[in-house]
Design a protein around this ligand. Structure first.
Ligand SMILES: [Mg+2]
Length: 390
C-alpha cells in the first residue's frame, strides 16, 4: 500500500467500540498521526452481534491506509464468501462512515466537498409523533407545527390481524383522519405500517387511507417479501416507501424495476454506509424515485445522512431522531460536542465542519459504555397468542 494522494502515509492503528444508551453503537477508527473517524454500527436490537461483527471486520483494517475507502469497502463486502444481510452490512456501514469521516478530517474539509460539493444547503426533515389516542396524536402534531416542521411521521397501526381486522382498519382510518382534520394541509403525513399489516388487509387499508393523501406509506407489508410490497404499491395511489430493511443493491433493483415504488428509505447505517447509499441513490434517480434516508439512530448516523443529502439530488427529506420514542433516558445530542444540527423551519442544515462535521464526547461514551445497553424490540402477540409483527 502506497500513499493515496501524495500526502503523508496514514495507517489505521486501532479501533474502539462504544455500546451506549439508548440503543446505539459507535465505532472509532484511529490512525497514526492523530487522525480518527467516527462510525455508527448498530443494528437495533442486535447491538452485541453488530459489535462483534464490526470488530471482526475492523481487525482486517489494522495497518491499512484509511484513504483507500473503495478498496476497503470491496474487501469487506466481497471477501469471506458471505455477503449482504443486516449484520454484515451494518458493520461495513459503520466502518465506511468512519473512513469518510477520517478522510474529511485528513483534508480538513466536509465529506460533501470531497464528493464534488453540495447541491443543497439544507434538507427538509420531519419529526416522529406518537400517542395512544387521536387526541394525543393531534396534540403532538400541533406541537410539531409550532416547532416549525411541515411534515411528520407516525405509526399508523398497532398489531393487525392477517384478515378480518375491520376494527383495526377503522381505528387506523380514525387516527389518520383526525390528524388530517386537525392540521389541514399544514403538515405532510408519512404513515409507517412498519410491516405490521399483511397482504389480505393492506390493500383495503391503503384504499381507505387514500382520501387523507398521505405523503407516503412505509413498509405496507413486511419488506422481506418484495413481491408483496410491489403488489401493495400497485394497488394504491399513495406513494409507497420501502428500504429500511433492505440490505443489498440487487434487492433494491427488484423494487425499482417494478416501477411501482415511489420512495426508497434505505438506512445508510444498514446498507453499506455513505459509499453504498450514494451508489443506490444514483440508481434510484435514474428511475425518478425519491430517497428519504432512514435514521431513527444516533448523531453519527444522522451526520452521515446529511452528507448524503448534500450531494444526492433525489435525497429530498431526512428522518431524524431528536425526541423519538426510542430515546428514553437519553437523546440525540447527549454525546455530541458542539452540535452541528441546526433545525430551521422544518429543515436541517448540512454541517460544514471537517468530515462528518460532528465530534463525540469520548469520555461520556466510555462512561456510558461501562454498562452496555441490551435494547431489544418488544414482543407483541395477537389475542390467540401467536406472534404479531412489531
Ligand atoms: Mg419505518
Amino acid at each position: 500500500m502506497g500513499e493515496a494522494d501524495g500526502g503523508p502515509i496514514v495507517k489505521i492503528t486501532g479501533i474502539r467500540t462504544y455500546r451506549v444508551p439508548p440503543r446505539w453503537l459507535f465505532l472509532k477508527i484511529e490512525t497514526d498521526g492523530g487522525y480518527h473517524g467516527w462510525g455508527e454500527a448498530v443494528l437495533e436490537g442486535h447491538a452485541a452481534g453488530a459489535e462483534a461483527t464490526t470488530r471482526e471486520l475492523a481487525d482486517l483494517l489494522i495497518g491499512r491506509d484509511p484513504r483507500r475507502i473503495n478498496d476497503i469497502w470491496q474487501m469487506l463486502y466481497r471477501n469471506g464468501c458471505y455477503r449482504g444481510g443486516p449484520l454484515l452490512m451494518t458493520a461495513i456501514s459503520g466502518i465506511d462512515t468512519a473512513l469518510w469521516d477520517l478522510l474529511g478530517k485528513i483534508h480538513a474539509t466536509p465529506i460533501h466537498a470531497l464528493l464534488g460539493g453540495g447541491q443543497r444547503d439544507r434538507v427538509r426533515t420531519y419529526t416522529w409523533i406518537g400517542g395512544d389516542s387521536p387526541t394525543d396524536l393531534i396534540q403532538h402534531a400541533l406541537h410539531a407545527l409550532e416547532q416549525g416542521f411541515d411534515a411528520v411521521k407516525f405509526n399508523a397501526t398497532g398489531a393487525v390481524p392477517m384478515i378480518g381486522g375491520v376494527a383495526a382498519i377503522d381505528e387506523t382510518v380514525a387516527r389518520v383522519g383526525a390528524v388530517r382534520d386537525a392540521v389541514g394541509t399544514r403538515l405532510d403525513l408519512a404513515l409507517d405500517f412498519h410491516g405490521r399489516v399483511h397482504t389480505p388487509t393492506t390493500t383495503q387499508l391503503l384504499r381507505e387511507l387514500e382520501p387523507f393523501r398521505p405523503m407516503w406509506v412505509e413498509d405496507p407489508v413486511p419488506a422481506s417479501n418484495p413481491g408483496a410490497v410491489i403488489e401493495a404499491a400497485r394497488s394504491t395511489s399513495i406513494p409507497i416507501a420501502v428500504g429500511e430493511r433492505v440490505h443489498t443493491r440487487a434487492e433494491f433493483l427488484t423494487l425499482l424495476e417494478s416501477r411501482a415504488i415511489r420512495i426508497l428509505n434505505p438506512d445508510p447505517a444498514h446498507i453499506g454506509g455513505i459509499s453504498e447509499t450514494l451508489r443506490l441513490a444514483g440508481t434510484a434517480e435514474s428511475y425518478d424515485v425519491a430517497v428519504a434516508p432512514h435514521c431513527p439512530l444516533g448523531p453519527i448516523a444522522l451526520a452521515a445522512c446529511l452528507q448524503i443529502d448534500a450531494v444526492a439530488y433525489n435525497a429530498v427529506i431526512q428522518e431524524q431522531s431528536l425526541g423519538i420514542h426510542y430515546n428514553t433516558g437519553s437523546d440525540l445530542l447527549d454525546y455530541v460536542l458542539d452540535s452541528p444540527f441546526e433545525y430551521t423551519d422544518g429543515t436541517l442544515t448540512i454541517p460544514t465542519g471537517p468530515g462528518l462535521g460532528v465530534e463525540l464526547n469520548e469520555a461520556a461514551l466510555a462512561q456510558a459504555s461501562s454498562t452496555p445497553h441490551d435494547w431489544r424490540a418488544p414482543i407483541w402477540r395477537h389475542p390467540d397468542n401467536s406472534i404479531a409483527e412489531w
